[in-house]
Design a protein around this ligand. Structure first.
Ligand SMILES: Cc1ncc(C[n+]2csc(CCOP(=O)(O)OP(=O)(O)O)c2C)c(N)n1
Ligand SMILES: [Mg+2]
Length: 687
């Protein structure tokens, strides 16, 4: 390690660390809300990581080869904002003064995309840790795919700081278990072992041996007994990065609210302002002018300038290397740039398969497997896996190997039975510009809800593949039959919930899936076979891209509109044919995606669901919650759905038991037509 002009550097270091502390204290006090304690205690740790171990360019927060820092203890957001300001990011003192106020870059918890340099939205404890595992995975994959001898374009580390809360969350165990298994030596977690959470001392609820736990996970574990000992910290981080077989955990003993005479080491320092008098005393302890607020000493301003220069130099050097790489490997360089911009090659959609009409067509999970493989052939960075249900979600890429310890070229991921971590890890992979998918049975989307919500909040294009989408899965019964799940996911902002009727709708919709850059999608697919609809007879599948479309229609104004999704569209079509024979003008609308339909606008809505036709029936094997938005109130429209948890039985018994037959849809249509004042002749009333 290079010799440093010790004394001067030490003084500057202390100034920087105390600036982080006091900015955090002042911002929380001004906002009258926030979490000062952990920024105060962890300032030396975060500073050491950023100053001595991270490459980044504040002027280009998206520089692909930057080291990543994820503040898993998101409540300590002021730690990150202070660092971003002091290291030169476009985050001003004014921004810091608006901490937690409307439209501030400095939200209560760090939000991806809001301020530059925030790598992931954090706050739900444990999520940041788990997301950092996905970033480390992505680094390994990108390095393996893109690097060439003498051209190491990708080579970065991922750091994450978490606290007792992150450690207590089961999610950290899932994610750490996976990271240890994969031997992700580019990953360093710091555990802020301050023994304090909101309710008080951790002894209330937490007495496990964290070091032993992580050694059991196959991690390299170190302990630093004092968060203020910069030399020990530096040595530990140095060792962590030299370790090349295991991820590293550094357990750092710290004092929450460090320096506050009355609040240090108490939960009072966790989540409320220190108070003016306490702040004065604390600043005196730091050797800080007690009455100055948001004070940044000149030397620290100078440091900011130095860091800007350092970052620019680092990226300039890399850019030069990249030019040489691009010269020698133009195709790879082009692909690399494409991944960074989340672009698809020109004309890529030609690979999307079409499927012949077939009354015994494949389950949508099976056609999805075919489509995924067709796209995956040309797009190597389309990759992902399942929570141990790869064979039944049909999400394997046939030509690819598994991503395993030291086989980092693999594209089939085995997340193990860790759905929560799977989605959080996938967030990390997608934040690192991979097009990653995560698959499991739809009912277990519950286990993934928190990270799925973060994908939506961050507006990143994660692809969720949920199969076994209704009671139609049969014998596994109520524990496995999703009921309220469609309604629940449709209620999440920024999420496209897509439940295609057949293979061709699905194939058409994948065009959207691969091209959307700013929101996740959830594909909801059947376990059971569904007919591949005859498109010569019915409307073209491309209509699906509009979210809902007329798939079958009658001459003139319809008497009734049947709206179906997924496997129930076939029932609507069957009912349509019967109604037609009875002289009833029916229209069938296939509605694979509510949110896409909502994006179309009034003119299209009026075309598909004209205001003047109030007789409508929705048919979907799930909760009817929300459907009245499209079918109207009880006096006019009807909903056919499932209002219990389902039953364990073969599908052949379940469908009639729950009313999912053509006959029942016809009956329902008759009832609704009557309610709307339509006379049905005796003859036409016959089934
Ligand atoms: C999943 C989740 N549950 C609960 C909370 C609410 N919460 C925020 S901070 C916190 C305590 C965290 O303790 P620790 O990680 O030790 O942080 P410290 O008090 O040391 O800063 C809790 C329960 C949360 N943010 N996320
Ligand atoms: Mg704590």
């Amino acid at each position: 390690m290079e010799a440093k002009p010790k004394k001067k550097k030490d003084k500057l270091e202390q100034l920087i660390i105390n600036t982080i502390r006091t900015l955090s204290i002042d911002a929380v006090q001004k906002a009258n809300s926030g979490h000062p304690g952990t920024p105060m205690s962890m300032a030396p740790v975060a500073y050491t990581i950023w100053d001595k171990f991270m490459n980044f360019n504040p002027q280009n927060p998206d520089w692909p080869n930057r080291d990543r820092f994820v503040l898993s203890a998101g409540h300590a957001s002021m730690l990150l904002y202070s660092l971003l300001h002091l290291t030169g990011y476009d985050l001003s003192l004014h921004d810091i003064k608006t901490f937690r106020q409307l439209h501030s870059k400095c939200a209560g918890h760090p939000e991806y995309g809001l301020a530059p340099g925030i790598e992931s939205t954090t706050g739900p404890l444990g999520q940041g840790y788990a997301t950092s595992v996905g970033m480390a995975i992505a680094e390994r994959w990108l390095a393996t795919y893109f690097n060439r001898p003498g051209h190491e374009m990708i080579n970065y580390n991922v750091f994450s700081i978490g606290g007792d809360g992150c450690m207590m969350e089961g999610l950290s165990g899932e994610a750490a278990s996976l990271a240890g298994h994969l031997g992700l030596s580019n990953l360093v977690w710091i555990y802020d072992n301050n023994h304090i959470t909101i309710e008080g001392h951790t002894a209330l609820a937490f007495s496990e041996d964290v070091a032993a736990r992580f050694m059991g996970y196959n991690w390299h574990v170190q302990r630093v007994g004092d968060a203020n000992d910069l030399e020990l910290l530096e040595e530990a981080l140095d060792r962590a990065l030299k370790e090349d077989e295991q991820p590293s955990l550094i357990i750092v003993d710290s004092h929450i609210g460090y320096g506050s005479p009355n609040k240090q080491d108490t939960s009072a320092a966790h989540g409320e302002p220190l108070g003016e008098e306490e702040i004065r005393k604390t600043k005196i302890n730091y050797g800080w002018p007690p009455d100055k607020k948001f004070y940044v000493p000149d030397e620290v301003k100078g440091y900011r300038k130095d860091m800007l220069k350092r970052g620019k130099n680092d990226e300039d050097e890399w850019n030069e290397k990249f030019s040489k790489y691009a010269f020698e490997y133009p195709d790879l360089a082009k692909q690399f740039e494409m991944t960074e911009k989340r672009e698809m090659p020109e004309g890529w959609e030609k690979c999307l398969p079409t499927f012949p009409a077939d009354p015994n067509g494949p389950a949508t999970r099976s056609s999805n497997g075919k489509i995924l493989n067709a796209i995956g052939k040309d797009i190597p960075w389309l990759l992902g896996g399942a929570g141990d249900v790869g064979p039944s979600t049909k999400t394997y890429l046939d030509d690819a190997s598994s991503f395993e310890r030291n086989v980092y070229s693999g594209r089939n991921f085995h997340f193990g039975i860790r759905e929560n971590a799977m989605a959080a890890v996938t967030n990390g992979m997608v934040l690192s510009k991979l097009r990653a998918y995560a698959a499991c049975y739809f009912v277990f989307s519950d286990y993934m809800k928190a990270p799925l919500r973060l994908s939506c909040l961050m507006q990143i294009p994660v692809i969720y593949i949920f199969t076994h989408d209704s009671i139609g899965l049969g014998e596994d019964g109520p524990t496995h039959q999703p009921i309220e799940h469609l309604a629940a996911l449709r209620a999440v902002p920024n999420l496209d919930v897509i439940r295609p009727a057949d293979a061709n709708e699905l194939s058409a919709l994948w065009k959207y899936v691969m091209e959307v850059k700013d929101r996740p999608v959830a594909l909801i697919l059947t376990r059971q076979n569904v007919p591949t609809i005859d498109r010569d007879k019915y409307g073209p599948a491309e209509g699906a891209l509009k979210g809902a479309y007329i798939i079958a229609d009658s001459n003139g104004k319809p008497d009734i509109i049947l709206i179906g999704t997924g496997s129930e569209v076939q029932l609507c079509l069957g009912a349509y044919e019967k109604l037609k024979k009875q002289g009833i003008n029916a229209r069938v609308v296939s509605m694979p995606c509510w949110s896409l339909y909502e994006m179309q606008g009034q003119e299209y809505w009026e075309k598909v669901l004209p205001d003047s036709v109030r007789a409508r029936v929705s048919v979907e094997a799930g909760s009817t919650f929300g459907w009245r938005r499209y079918v109207g109130l009880h006096d006019k429209g009807g909903v056919l759905g499932v209002s219990t948890f389902g039953e364990s039985a073969p599908i052949g018994d379940l469908w009639p038991e729950f009313g999912f037959t053509v006959e029942h849809v016809v009956d329902k249509a008759h009832v609704i037509l009557k309610m709307n004042g339509k006379k049905i002749s005796k003859k036409s009333g016959k089934k």
